[in-house]
Design a protein around this ligand. Sequence first.
Ligand SMILES: [Zn+2]
Length: 452
Amino acid sequence: MTNPRGYILKGRIIDGTLDDPIEQGALVMEGERIGWVGEVRALPQKYLDSQLEIIDLPDRSILPGLVDGHTHISFGESRSEEENALYTPVEFRTAKAIYYAKKVLQAGVTSAFDAATTYNIAQAVRDAIDTGMFEGPRFTVSGKQLTNHQGLEDSFPNGMEFPPGQSAVLVKNRDDLVEAIRYQVKDEVDAIKVSGSNDNLITPDALGSSAFTYEEFRIMAEETHRLGRICSVHARSRDSVLLSARAGFDNIFHASFIDDEGIEACIKNNCVITPTLTLLVNILEAKQSLAGASSASAFQAELEAASENLRRAYDAGIPMIAGSESGWSPVPYGQWHAREMEIFTTHLGLTPLQAIHANTLAATRLFPRYGHEIGKLEAGRLGDVLVVPGDPTKDIRILQRPRSFDFIFKGGRPIDRAPDQPRQRKWYEKTKIFLDGLYEFDEEKGLGVVVR
Ligand SMILES: [Zn+2]
């Protein structure tokens, strides 16, 4: 069904703000943009007299396409740091990223923030989609993240060269900070991301301190803003949150161990938080495939601390943005994008409407590209619109079943919903493990036994 003139959709309107839904609502789609939104009885006659296709949607909800605040389109569902940084050739990674971008769109995500890329793949995917070559969400891209030896993504031993496939630039001194930002901007990023702390995923007991000093965060925030970009930071520890917020960062990813001082700094400097708790929850659920050196208890402890601390931060007035962290193997593309909203209700106590806001209009603050044209059902904005069964303000999990959606519109056009063939993995994508354990010889039995 494609009508070049447009559509009148009638159903429950959930517009992306915190306003109550309009039960008997209508939305007019004219070309690639929204022409009108409101109560169906107020619908101007001129739309009814035009050639628009009228679609009546009883017990359906109409809401903005999801705006995912944290994805990694180039990570290819990697199962380890090694797989992500070392093995797959850049050309094949790029082809995979384009393949996965369509899956992300088919999950109802019409815009996504890419929160670190290997090579410059995310920029290429963004531009390939924006110039009409492939189907996918509208991406805002933060390029490679700036890290130092204490930050996430300086993953390998000192005796090794820093790998070119690592999703980071290694900065070694203060001059490097400025140089790296200028280099990223020349590579056409929309935002800068800094790796402000390490991560339980990589290093046990890594959550104690900040990778950068306050002075260093300030240099990065100032140069980023001078060049007209927004700055984000990966910051799980208390100190990294506090120092980056004080230094003027716009967005903090995770903020699990934020305390009252950190909350105060965020409020003073207008800083938002994108927790991406989905990654922690999924890893805990998928205990079998736990990555890295840390145990489940470290993730459990972080989730518990984050739930309490982020609730306090939200109550204090810091906006929360929903991001899925899709791209790693615990969060495959196209499957978990709406889960963060459910976790916001179960772990942080948000209402479903607040959670939807966090995954639509609130998230647009991170999107310098298209930000004012997406995330809300409003005349003049782009026609990125979902039509879903039932009422997600009563059951937020409805949004986790995109195959049940009636329509996913991007730019006023219903997207192709047909699933692609599952892809096969190439041998070079794998983590190169001979055997996940030791094949020990049992002398008594005279047999080999795998010991993990
Ligand atoms: Zn991430």
